[in-house]
Design a protein around this ligand. Structure first.
Ligand code: URA
Length: 242
């Protein structure tokens, strides 16, 4: 690959910044100062040093974000901030994208990566990846709702696969309840529509887990971090190279 692409991918700077850095003779390749952006390097063999720091090439990166409300889970949008606006330049240079979508007002676990194969595998309906949500609901859900979820809720255009509804608490006076919902699909507004089909309304929705990944309790809303080695290991079940 070209030296400038390598440096950009390693988060050294933008293409223009990298050009300047090279001109300033701040990069060596195998011990020799290099100033040409176009130089072809082998990222797996060559030793590239920028300001005394040896750079190692990471093809794929994985970030776990605690999505706040008010941002869109897309890579660009004309009207709203996107989840990419929450990341640093390093992550953005890697061209990560969200694995699946959460509504603008949904919070919680969102995986971002530039590994398209992993995203594809995790979103494939054939893989039946569980997504678990905590929801505050207007109206009181009951055992009839649990059974309806178990059976598979029929929406206007679609019949959902069986889902698990657990009622965590009920506030009769305020006419609301807190529930935990697990679905295996990811249709548009699916949880909200399933709850609405039972005559109730989702007031707030937070994703707690997706497949083997859980929302870390110490990750503040709006914060993100790289996946840990254990979390990466847990993604091996999807059978794609990470
Ligand atoms: N279901 C919804 O209705 N919204 C989400 O953001 C995720 C699941």
């Amino acid at each position: 690959m070209r030296l400038d692409k390598f440096l950009v991918d390693c988060g050294v700077g933008s293409r223009t910044e990298v050009k300047t850095i090279l001109k300033k003779k701040q990069v060596t390749v195998n011990g020799k100062v290099e100033t040409s952006s176009k130089l072809q390097i082998n990222e797996t063999i060559d030793q590239i040093i920028y300001l005394n720091r040896q750079l190692s090439y990471e093809k794929f990166v994985y970030y776990l974000l605690n999505k706040p409300s008010g941002v869109i889970s897309a890579t660009e949008d004309n009207h709203h901030r996107t989840v990419l606006d929450l990341l640093d330049d390093d992550a953005r240079h890697k061209e990560v994208f969200p694995v699946g979508r959460l509504d603008i007002d949904t919070t919680g676990l969102l995986l971002l990566t530039n590994n398209g194969q992993l995203a594809h595998a995790m979103l494939s309906p054939k893989k039946h990846v569980d997504k678990n949500y905590l929801a505050d609901v207007l109206g009181i859900m009951d055992y009839a709702d649990v059974l309806a979820f178990e059976k598979g809720i029929t929406l206007k255009d679609y019949t959902c696969q069986p889902a698990r509804l657990e009622i965590l608490s009920v506030d009769e006076t305020a006419n609301c309840c807190r529930v935990n919902i697990t679905i295996r699909e990811g249709k548009f507004h699916q949880v909200k529509r399933m709850v609405a089909s039972r005559g109730k309304e989702v007031l707030s929705l937070e994703r707690l887990s997706m497949g083997p990944l859980s929302l870390p309790t110490d990750l503040a809303r709006g914060d993100y971090r790289r996946l840990t080695e254990e979390e990466l290991d847990s993604l091996k079940e999807f059978g794609v190279s990470l």
